[in-house]
Design a protein around this ligand. Structure first.
Ligand code: PLP
Length: 464
């Protein structure tokens, strides 16, 4: 069936989707009862569905479409590369121009002490690479016992066996017998949800020092690394108190462990700098990257490797028995290069830092006055709204977690806004190209949907 030439009616598409397609992170039975929304095209910050509805994409796809939809430069770069060399591997002591150019480019935008990259196709694969690389690194350095990776509860690092193990999502661990051995999790710097009466700065320090305690508990000679997202994205846009990262950095400087900053969301401009580590002044040894690297136009990911690790690794590791058929795929590399050129040529990162982020911060903060909102926070172009029936107590709803969030998300989708929920936290991560008037539209729609959600919660007796 050639859908492109003549799109069948929505109902027929939904029926076929239900009949043959298993969706990620989806209750298939529940989805099939209502039918999937069919997205057919997109432009700028807007998505269009098969019914002709226009939605403002407050999530930039899945945190990835940083340069917005419909960028011809990326399409043309990919097409040119497809003609020239659609595929070749990088295993056989071979390389190709796009992967060489992209590697040089990444080294130039990464922090000064980072000049190497290993390629993967997704953030999950990048984090699988991280697990194998740090363990093999320490073994190569004569310290094979340094295997344990400390991660955080409610962190997200992807969905493969290793990446989901690094992640701290209990719901994911419950399926498939995770985590794998030698991965442990410490508490997250989530002040709104877990800080109680503590001052945020004091809470941030306390949570950072859990790393020190965990290293001592396990024994420094057994710990390989600590991994964390500069800002936890999928966990609900958990923006750490300013005291958190400097303390983590101090601990990592004092101890012989590697610091891994998962930049899959924060990378490529999201926080108003190239990387989240620039924003927070962190000096990581490894940085997994994906999403914004190609703005999602084609799958590509990687692990950026610091000079310290690269030098030891290159000198001592021998053959690293790891890699993917599509590591450094030429067409994906060409698309990523074109994407990075757009970010540079259009000064999108300056735009986030100097215009969009301050504007969003100001407008978003006004939503804190809404009766349903316990906290409204942003950093760069990520934001969160905490839904609560009781602002003063930051109380949860008398319903299973996520009930209120889902109600709110449904109103958003039905009113032209993609805003996601994580539990009862609403989150946004719009394309970096979003204009001030589009931010006005986003915040206006969010407010309207909060009103609708509040009315429904009152009807259901969940808000008094
Ligand atoms: C999305 C994400 C990943 C996983 O990336 P995939 O491409 O979905 O495998 C890893 N880390 C973080 C921080 C992410 O947000």
């Amino acid at each position: 069936m050639n859908f492109m030439a003549n799109l069948p009616p929505t109902e027929e598409l939904q029926k076929l989707d239900a009949a043959h397609h298993l969706h990620p992170f989806t209750d298939t039975k529940q989805l099939n009862e209502k039918g999937a929304r069919i997205i057919t095209r997109a432009d700028g910050v807007y998505l269009y569905d098969s019914e002709g509805n226009r939605l403002l994409d407050g999530m930039a796809g899945l945190w990835c479409v940083n340069v917005g939809y419909g960028r011809k430069e990326i399409l043309e770069a990919a097409m040119r590369q497809m003609e020239q060399l659609p595929y070749y591997n990088t295993f056989f002591q071979t390389s190709h121009p796009p992967v060489i150019a992209l590697s040089e480019k990444l080294a130039s935008i990464a922090p000064d002490h980072i000049n190497h990259v290993f390629y993967a196709n997704s953030g999950s694969e990048a984090n699988d690479t991280v697990v194998r690389m740090v363990r093999h690194y320490w073994a190569s350095m004569g310290k094979p016992d340094k295997k344990v990776i400390i991660a955080r509860k409610n962190g997200y690092h992807g969905s493969t066996v290793a990446a989901a193990s690094l992640g701290g999502m209990t719901g994911m661990h419950a399926q498939g017998g995770l985590p794998i051995p030698d991965i442990t999790h410490i508490d997250q710097p989530y002040w709104y949800g877990e800080g109680g009466d503590m001052d945020p700065a004091e809470f941030g320090l306390m949570r950072a020092r859990l790393l020190e305690a965990e290293i001592d508990r396990i024994g420094e000679d057994k710990v390989a690394a600590f991994i964390a997202e500069p800002i936890q994205g999928a966990g609900g846009v958990v923006i750490p108190p300013d005291s958190y990262w400097p303390e983590i950095q101090r601990i990592c400087d004092e101890r012989e462990i590697l610091l891994i900053a998962d930049e899959v969301i924060c990378g490529f401009g999201r926080t108003g700098n190239w990387f989240g580590t620039d924003t927070y002044g962190i000096k990581p040894d490894l940085m997994p990257i994906a999403k914004g690297l190609s703005s999602g136009y084609l799958p590509i990911a990687g692990v950026l490797v610091s000079d310290r690790v690269a030098e030891g690794f290159i000198e001592n590791a021998g053959e690293f028995a790891h890699g993917y058929t599509y590591s450094g795929h030429p067409v994906s590399c060409a698309a990523a290069l074109a994407n990075l050129e757009i970010i540079e040529n259009e000064h999108l990162i300056d735009g986030v830092r100097d215009r969009a982020a301050p504007y969003l911060a100001e407008k978003w903060a006004q939503l804190a006055d809404h009766p349903l909102i316990g906290e409204a926070r942003t950093k760069g172009l990520v934001g969160a709204l905490e839904l609560t029936p009781d602002k003063a107590a930051r109380a949860p709803f008398a319903a299973s977690k996520g009930t209120a969030g889902l109600i709110c998300r449904e109103h958003c989708f039905n009113n032209g806004l993609v805003m996601r929920h994580v539990g009862d936290t609403m989150i946004i991560s719009p394309p970096l190209i979003i204009t001030n008037s589009e931010i006005d539209e986003l915040v206006g729609k969010a407010e309207k949907c909060l009103d609708l959600a509040l009315a429904e919660l009152k009807d259901r007796g969940l808000y008094k």
